[in-house]
Design a protein around this ligand. Structure first.
Ligand code: E4P
Ligand code: PEP
Ligand code: MN
Length: 412
């Protein structure tokens, strides 16, 4: 067992530029300053929420080592799961389905590519959603948007949408359940590989509460899951999220959207990975129809500065549209077109295309359309269950993975 010590406010450390602690991000403004009063959440977290680590430092370090293999082109990367996890899915059957789903698709990827696959679930903490708009109007009533069950609930009424601090603890308990089931699942040897957990590190009071210093290495680990990513909406200069993650040892993802400039990406890679450790930073590209316009310059900058990053495609998030019924959907055509374009451009620039980041579910759903001309048919019927973004079903996910393998093989 690694030795951990609780954070002491006096015990700050100096990283690349200035003093860092798990709480220095609090000096930066953030969108949820509008939702929580800082004194209230601090009191709640100090007095009412006892949250022990959900993963071990040893497992986080193991993932980091596996990601070095990914960086070196020896392994592939596969990350998938729900856009947002829901408390009602926290039961043994639903969780086993999700673990099996990740395993089956990773096996398929492994067989087709002849390379081991490092698998990360979007689960065990994916309860916070960054929304385009903080509020929405439903039948003439203005209410908070659904921001994930760590903040509020999805039912379209002002009571459900009211943020509640107790939800932080509920989200923790739900995440704990996922991690406990994952341990059982692995021990029962359903899995022939390790499944790692990951989520967007959006809710910083939650993330910093689960951060501890490892006495052996002196580094700080966020033990809310093995891996977190910084969302596209948190990627800007002076971001509270970048401030928090610059002091964290876990491997990290950065969602790269069309507005990310080469200079910003360079700066963020330096700040998050000052020692330029391979496998520490994964760039998750989500560029949609801007791939050819934006990606070559991003690659040029990253290469010229020598950043040792893993390149992955999230072909989902820049391809979301509302159809004529006002339902959020995505077309498989566009998703595959993005994978193909990313593959071509990475190959032309001699970069290793390591894998995919998908929103996908084992359930019997139809939320993404099989092609552009079918998007109008996606409606809010029984097969549309997501409370945030539309996910691929099993068949569609296999289709996207096959597309990835076919295009990445062309380069080998
Ligand atoms: O999952 C990601 C974001 O929360 C989501 O794409 C935002 O969607 P919105 O534009 O409906 O708020
Ligand atoms: C919010 C997400 O993505 P992005 O930050 O890329 O929009 C997500 O992965 O659910
Ligand atoms: Mn999403």
């Amino acid at each position: 067992m690694e030795k951990l010590k609780n954070f002491d406010y006096q015990d700050c450390q100096i990283t690349s530029k200035s003093i860092w602690s798990p709480y220095t991000w609090e000096d930066k403004t953030d969108w949820y300053d509008e939702i929580y009063d800082q004194q209230d959440y601090k009191r709640f977290l100090n007095e009412e929420a006892v949250m022990l680590p959900l993963v071990t430092v040893a497992d986080v370090q193991r993932l980091q080592e596996e990601l070095v293999d990914v960086y070196e082109g020896k392994k592939l990367y596969f990350q998938a799961g729900d856009c947002v996890e829901l408390f009602e899915d926290m039961n043994e059957i639903a969780l086993k389905d999700k673990f099996d789903f990740l395993n089956t698709i990773s096996d398929y990827m492994q067989v087709l590519s002849n390379k081991p696959v490092v698998t990360l679930g979007r689960m065990g903490g994916q309860f916070a959603k960054p929304r385009t708009s903080l509020t929405e109007e439903v039948k003439g009533v203005t209410m908070y948007s659904f921001m994930g069950q760590i903040f509020n609930d999805y039912a379209p009424n002002i009571w459900a949408r009211q943020p509640q601090l107790q939800r932080i603890l509920w989200a923790y308990k739900a995440s704990q359940m996922v991690h406990e089931h994952l341990v059982d699942y692995t021990q029962e040897k359903h899995a022939n590989r390790t499944l790692f957990t990951s989520h967007e590190g959006l809710h910083l009071p939650y993330e910093s509460s689960l951060t501890q210093q490892c006495q052996d290495s002196n580094g700080y680990y966020n033990l809310s899951s093995h891996f977190q990513w910084v969302g596209m909406r948190s990627l800007f200069e002076d971001s509270a999220h970048i401030e928090f993650y610059r002091g964290i040892e876990n491997p990290i993802g950065i969602k790269v959207g069309p507005s990310a400039t080469p200079a910003l990406l360079d700066q963020v890679c330096t700040v998050l990975n000052p020692r330029n450790v391979p496998g520490k930073v994964t760039l998750i590209l989500r560029l949609g129809d801007k791939v050819s316009e934006v990606l070559p310059n991003l690659i040029k900058q990253v290469k010229s500065k020598g950043h040792k990053v893993i390149w992955v495609s999230d072909p989902m998030h820049a391809n979301t549209v509302k159809n004529a019924q006002g339902v959020k959907t995505r077309s498989l055509d566009k998703i595959k077109a993005e994978v193909k374009q990313v593959s071509q451009i990475l190959r032309e620039n001699h970069c290793y295309f390591a894998g995919l980041h998908l929103e996908a579910s084992p359930d019997n759903i139809y939320e993404c359309a099989d092609s552009c001309d079918l998007m109008a048919k996606v409606d809010l019927g029984k097969a549309y269950q997501t409370q945030c973004d539309p996910r691929l079903n099993f068949e569609q996910a296999i289709n996207v993975v096959s597309c990835f393998i076919n295009h990445s093989k062309k380069g080998s």
